[in-house]
Design a protein around this ligand. Structure first.
Ligand code: IPE
Ligand code: IPE
Ligand code: MG
Length: 246
C-alpha cells in the first residue's frame, strides 16, 4: 500500500489511534513489556509523519488510559517517565514542523507534577502553530471525560442541557469528532477511548502490533475508511455528517 493509492480528496480530517500491542510485541521477543513501549515510539512518530504528509489536520493517540493504573507499578512508573521523555525529546522538532500539541485527560494527583508541567510547556510552546494538531490522551477515560463535563455543567448552574452543551464541556471543545479510529493488535474494543466523540467514527482494526505499525499500515487503514459508505443514519453518502444536535 502506498500513499498514491489513496483518494486525496477524502483524507480523514481527524484520525485517532489506540496504540495497542506493545507488551505482546516484546513478549514475542523474550523482552520485558517495557521494551515494547520503547519500540512503539518509532511507530508513533512515523505514523504522525505519514498523517501530516497526507494533510490530516487532527491526529490523536491514546497514550495512557484511566484503567492503565491497574498495571504493575514498575510498568506504570516506566510509562510516566517514558511519556515525559518523549515530550522533552520531541517537542522542539514538532514545534519546528508547525505541529500543535494538545492533551486530553484528567490531571489528577496520580499524574506527577513534573509530567503535568511538561505537558503544559509543550502545549504552550506549540499553541499558535497552524499545522496538524497532535493530541495526546493521557490519564484519559471516555467515561471520566463525560463525568467531568457533566460536573462542570452542573457547577455552572445551567438548567437546559443539549448535545452541544456536553460537547462544549469536553476536555478539548475545539477537537472535532474523529473520522477514523484505528486500533492495532487485533483487539476489537474501544477500551474507554473518546466515547462521546466516536458516535459516528469509522472503526478500523488492524492485526499489526503497534511497534510494527508503519506508514503503509496507516495508508491501508485510510483505504479501508475510504471504501466505507458513511451514512449517518441516512441512506447514502449525500446525507452528510449530522454534527451535534441542539
Ligand atoms: C499499548 O500496549 C500501550 C499502552 C496501553 C500504554 P499494551 O501495553 O497494552 O500491549 P499489550 O496489549 O499488553 O500487548
Ligand atoms: C488501551 O489499551 C489503552 C491505550 C492504548 C493507552 P489497553 O491495552 O490498556 O486496553 P485493554 O486492556 O486491552 O482493553
Ligand atoms: Mg493492550
Amino acid at each position: 500500500m502506498i500513499s498514491s493509492d489513496l483518494d486525496r480528496d477524502r483524507i480523514p480530517g481527524h484520525i485517532a489511534c489506540v496504540m495497542d500491542g506493545n507488551g505482546r510485541w516484546a513478549q514475542q521477543r523474550g523482552l520485558p513489556r517495557t521494551e515494547g513501549h520503547t519500540a512503539g515510539e518509532q511507530a508513533l512518530f512515523e505514523v504522525l509523519d505519514g498523517a501530516d504528509q497526507l494533510g490530516v489536520r487532527w491526529f490523536t493517540v491514546y497514550a495512557f488510559s484511566t484503567e492503565n493504573w491497574r498495571r504493575p507499578v514498575d510498568e506504570v512508573q516506566f510509562l510516566l517517565r517514558f511519556n515525559e521523555e518523549i515530550l522533552l525529546n520531541r517537542q522542539e522538532e514538532l514545534h519546528e514542523r508547525n505541529i500543535r500539541i494538545r492533551f486530553i485527560g484528567r490531571q489528577d494527583r496520580r499524574v506527577p507534577r513534573r509530567l503535568v508541567r511538561r505537558m503544559r510547556e509543550a502545549a504552550e510552546l506549540t499553541k499558535d502553530n497552524t499545522g496538524l494538531t497532535f493530541t495526546i490522551a493521557f490519564n484519559y477515560g471516555g467515561r471520566s471525560e463525560i463525568v467531568d463535563a457533566v460536573q462542570r455543567i452542573v457547577d455552572s448552574g445551567v438548567r437546559r442541557v443539549s448535545e452541544k452543551t456536553i460537547a462544549r464541556h469536553l476536555y478539548d471543545p475545539e477537537m472535532p469528532d474523529p473520522d477514523l479510529v484505528i486500533r492495532t493488535s487485533g483487539e476489537y474494543r474501544v477500551s474507554n477511548f473518546l466515547l462521546w466523540e466516536i458516535a459516528y467514527s469509522e472503526l478500523v482494526f488492524s492485526e499489526t502490533l503497534w511497534p510494527d505499525f508503519r506508514k503503509e499500515h496507516l495508508y491501508a487503514a485510510i483505504k479501508e475508511y475510504q471504501d466505507r459508505d458513511r451514512r449517518y443514519g441516512g441512506v447514502g453518502e449525500a446525507d452528510g455528517d449530522p454534527g451535534t444536535l441542539g
